[in-house]
Design a protein around this ligand. Structure first.
Ligand code: ADP
Ligand code: MG
Length: 252
């Protein structure tokens, strides 16, 4: 469904993606983790061509992003993106936030967009907040609205860039629960996150990136508990606040 083929990207002289190869299947949930500056956000943003790449190619459902004849607008409409900052339109009510793009981009009727928005608000547990404005909501609620707004476009792929990093700890789970139910429904998801419990529960694979490179890819328990690469070990011990000696020493 998504295929990175030898993807390389530079910001001026600074190489931020180095020979990235990764294939993500339909229905798969892939979690990307790694230190700040590793290139995780940039990698996500290359998927909908928000960031151009200079070498290699990315194939989305058979369409090569290097092919300038593809319709990037319609491709982007099929890819939802949720950011750390919720980016809701502050001057619009919750329901209007969700209805906007389906009416403007998908050209569905207001009635249909309204019904769809209400269904999605129910799904994220916020139907009672339909007429509120974003600043009347908690961060967790705003992020759930942001997810509902993305889903209203009926995307084929959902990208999440640290969706819970800006939230108070007690609000993280309400957002993760929405994401878990989405994963359970079979959505293809690429999630930049350091939420291990989430990754353990729904990720098919975890990708560890550092310095523009994919260092290691594995199933969640392995990559957290028994990483192979020194850089992954160092990172995981920091994130999990676990001393390195907890990692499996026996294998050596
Ligand atoms: P991460 O999400 O893993 O923290 P990013 O993808 O945001 O990392 O950034 C990767 C590298 O690219 C960093 O060194 C960052 O400073 C640099 N970078 C990101 N965006 C830009 C930009 N628009 N212009 C120049 N450098 C950038
Ligand atoms: Mg980032």
């Amino acid at each position: 469904m998504i295929k990175f083929i030898n993807v390389n990207k530079w910001f001026k002289e600074h190489q931020v993606l180095k020979n990235v190869n990764l294939e993500i299947s339909k229905g798969e949930v892939v979690v990307i983790c790694g230190p700040s500056g590793a290139g995780k956000s940039t990698l996500l943003r290359t998927i909908n061509k928000l960031e151009p790449i200079q070498k290699g190619d990315i194939v989305i459902e058979g369409a090569h992003l290097s092919d300038n004849t593809i319709n990037i607008t319609s491709m982007r409409a099929d890819i939802g993106m949720v950011f750390q900052q919720f980016n809701l339109y502050p001057h619009m009510s919750v329901i209007k936030n969700i209805m906007l793009a389906p009416v403007k981009v998908r050209k569905i009727s207001k009635k249909e967009a309204h019904d769809r928005a209400m269904r999605l608000l129910e799904k994220v547990g916020l139907a009672h907040k339909r007429d509120c404005y974003p600043n009347q909501l908690s961060g967790g609620e705003q992020q759930r609205v942001a997810i509902a707004r993305s889903l209203a476009m009926e995307p084929k792929i959902m990208l999440f860039d640290e969706p819970t990093s800006a939230l108070d700890p007690e609000l993280i789970n309400e957002v993760l629960d929405v994401m878990i139910s989405l994963a359970d429904e079979g959505m293809t998801m690429v999630v930049v996150s350091h939420e291990m419990a989430f990754a353990q529960q729904v990720a098919n694979r975890v990708v560890f990136m550092d310095n523009g490179e994919i260092i290691e890819i594995g199933v969640p328990p392995n990559i957290f508990i028994d990483p192979q690469h020194e850089r992954t070990k160092a990172f995981m011990s920091n994130v999990l606040h676990m001393p390195v000696f907890c990692y499996n020493e026996e294998r050596k």
